[in-house]
Ligand binder design. Sequence first.
Ligand SMILES: Nc1ncnc2c1ncn2[C@@H]1O[C@H](COP(=O)(O)OP(=O)(O)OP(=O)(O)O)[C@@H](O)[C@H]1O
Length: 313
Amino acid sequence: MADTSPAPAERSTPVIAVRGATRHYGAVRAVDGVDLEVAPGELFGLIGHNGAGKSTLFKMMLGLIPASAGDIRIDGSPVTGSGFRAVRRKIGYLPENVVLYDNLTGLETLEFFARLKGAPASECGPALERVGLTSAARRRVREYSKGMRQRLGFAQALLGRPRILFLDEPTTGLDPEAIREFYVILRGLKADGVTMILTSHILAEIQERVDRLAIMAAGKIQAVGTVQDLREQMDLPLWFRVRLAHEDFHHVRAVLGGLPVLAIEAREDHVAVECQRESKMVVMQALASLGDKVLDLHVHEPSLEDVFFGFSD
Ligand SMILES: Nc1ncnc2c1ncn2[C@@H]1O[C@H](COP(=O)(O)OP(=O)(O)OP(=O)(O)O)[C@@H](O)[C@H]1O
């Protein structure tokens, strides 16, 4: 069969390409030799403790803070060069602390940002609708809740139909329903081919939603890949939750005897069996051999939080 996959050069041309990016503030290495690539249409997550360097890296990637060293290109254009002006028009940015004017209404706020960006005013109403603020469009921002302000900030980032979105902690202050709606919007943007990079502290929230992510600590990228890649790199153990028909815990012990398990523990209504990833199938087969003595079997993979603490501590 003919290979219809893109040529390597085409496939590997990143929208965001960061090489050796460094930013020092006196003795503080806020960003320290970062290499990072984000592919076209990718939804990429950047996670890290407070002070890890995420916001500084974001601002460097946007050309808002000059790098002490390194090379940063967006859509092939260096962020410090004159050619970046044209690229900037394709970018939407939601800063960590979006500055809003309390005396303006939501609609006036967007009209103000639209003028700054050179985007048509006709986009403002639909942008407010997209983030669920239509009914609050004529209320002053001073009356907005934290979550409403955050949605308004997101709406301004969408003005000008950006092809690349930088979202710094976009879900701060949003309730669970608003977070879900926010990711529905991101999925729609992704379907349109928009490239996105976002930061978050809520690991459970981004674990199922980003294509790839990077863990940043002390200004450096500690690990990058899919959540599954990171689990494998970390080589954290996984565990089985085994629910038995009767309390015949000794059957589990017997069937696992001699196998490379790390722990077997009887808990309230189940038995927990811990093993390394490479032993997963042999342990599973042994447990399955118990037949109808087993009522239920569940495999628990390490969460992104487990992985994160493994890499960033
Ligand atoms: N203008 C500045 N002057 C001096 N130090 C700075 C400046 N901006 C950032 N830093 C330092 O750089 C480091 C990285 O900060 P940064 O805001 O990028 O982290 P972050 O990962 O975005 O943190 P958070 O999750 O808390 O937003 C911190 O030690 C911070 O104190």
